[in-house]
Design a protein around this ligand. Structure first.
Ligand code: ACO
Length: 360
């Protein structure tokens, strides 16, 4: 297939932008039915609904039934995204699933999702960048499309943290929820291709839809601040299970500080790369780790809170799923519309972080 031309063009509002390789053609989300409110934790731990709301912004989260696996939670989100894009499963030629709670070590959850969807074509693989996983997957899909490997990539973020949280650790168990979100990232039509033009119809400002700029980062020195102890490096034993070493551990205070710094830094880098001022961004879509982290980032960047979209109060921190869930919910509610310029940023275990500037 023809690789899109990445030349600089001018849009209707006359500021320079890069012609995009890909754009978000559709989105969807799915959460388990079971709602777990803060009183659940207050009933057996030294915590309160007030403390959790004030320190995290979370009022409730969803938890899966124990028999539900990641590919099962992801399937309805994937189907919704494909339908929203006006495509069928036969059009999907790549599936990337960002998760740290896969169905199995292998085969990948992406392959298992492919089988559930009844798809037989294209590539499929999982990607682990913890809470930054969806941003990593989006950037990877954009690069695969730009290189001509695929045309319609299903990019999924799904996590079932109810499986890896220690119910006795009040510093972590209150934070996380289960969920899945998906987008279809489609190839932008090469300039002058009238056949493709309708599928990347311009937004309200007449501007091109798609990914303008992105940047990813990692620092493995933060590995011991947010991790799951058991693995091949520390094989599970009856004693390690008893000590809860198969559950997530986090130094929340330290992670909080690094998260705000990295989110601000990546936001500035991506905007600089695109030549866009912070004031030109319509909405900030940030990984829903903690409402205070998101608002601290906004304050440092000098962004009005009305531009920062939040749904953590309903779902908690859903790790790789939080950004595609926020995108899907905001689009369904009409908060974000075609033509809006979005800055999508994430920070997670690893440490990892990433940012994508896109026109919706
Ligand atoms: N209820 C009541 N008190 C609590 C609770 C609770 N649920 N949890 C902790 N506390 C206590 C602590 O024990 C501590 O008590 P002490 O002063 O007697 O020691 C006190 O509250 C303050 O603890 P902090 O950890 O400083 O509380 P903080 O305000 O930082 O909030 C939180 C904790 C919510 C975990 C916060 O640090 C946070 O959100 N951190 C970042 C999470 C994050 O961004 N993770 C990265 C992405 S997730 C991923 O990649 C998997």
């Amino acid at each position: 297939m023809a690789v899109p031309n990445l030349s600089v063009v001018k849009d209707a509002v006359n500021w320079p932008q890069v012609q995009t390789a890909s754009f978000v053609a559709g989105c969807g989300m799915n959460v388990p039915e079971r709602v777990v409110d803060n009183n659940h934790f207050a009933s057996y731990l030294e915590t309160t609904d007030e403390w959790i709301r004030e320190r995290t912004g979370i009022a409730e989260r969803r938890w899966s039934a124990p028999e539900v696996c990641a590919s099962e939670l992801a399937e309805p989100a994937a189907r919704e995204a494909i339908a929203h894009a006006g495509l069928t499963i036969a059009d999907i030629d790549a599936i990337i699933v960002a998760t740290v709670t896969p169905d199995y070590s292998f085969p990948s959850t992406a392959c298992l999702l492919q089988r559930r969807l009844g798809s037989v074509c294209g590539l499929a693989f999982d990607l682990n960048a913890v809470c930054s996983g969806f941003v990593y997957a989006l950037v990877t899909a954009d690069a695969l499309i730009a290189s001509g490997q695929c045309r319609n990539a299903l990019v999924v973020g799904v996590d079932i943290y109810s499986y890896i949280i220690n119910p006795k650790d009040r510093g972590t168990c209150i934070l996380f929820g289960d969920g899945a979100g998906a987008v279809v990232l489609s190839a932008a039509a090469p300039a002058g291709n009238p056949g493709g033009a309708s599928r990347w119809a311009s937004g309200s400002a007449g501007a091109l839809r798609g990914i303008y700029a992105s940047e990813l980062g990692a620092d493995g020195n933060g590995a011991n601040l947010l991790y799951v102890p058991n693995g091949t490096a520390s094989r599970p034993t009856p004693e390690s299970y008893a000590a809860g070493e198969h559950f997530l551990r986090m130094d929340g205070r330290e992670v909080f500080k690094v998260a705000v710094r990295r989110l601000c830094d990546i936001s500035e880098k991506v905007l600089a790369r695109a030549g866009i001022a912070v004031g030109q961004v319509d909405y900030f879509i940030t990984h829903q780790a903690n409402k205070r982290i998101v608002l601290s980032m906004a304050k440092h960047l000098g962004v009005d809170e009305s531009k920062v979209l939040v749904n953590i109060h309903k779902y908690g921190n859903t790790s790789a799923a939080s950004i595609p869930m926020l995108l899907a919910e905001s689009a369904a509610e009409g908060k974000i519309k075609h033509g809006d310029l979005l800055l999508v940023t994430a920070f997670g275990g690893g440490f990892t972080w990433g940012g994508v500037l896109l026109r919706w």
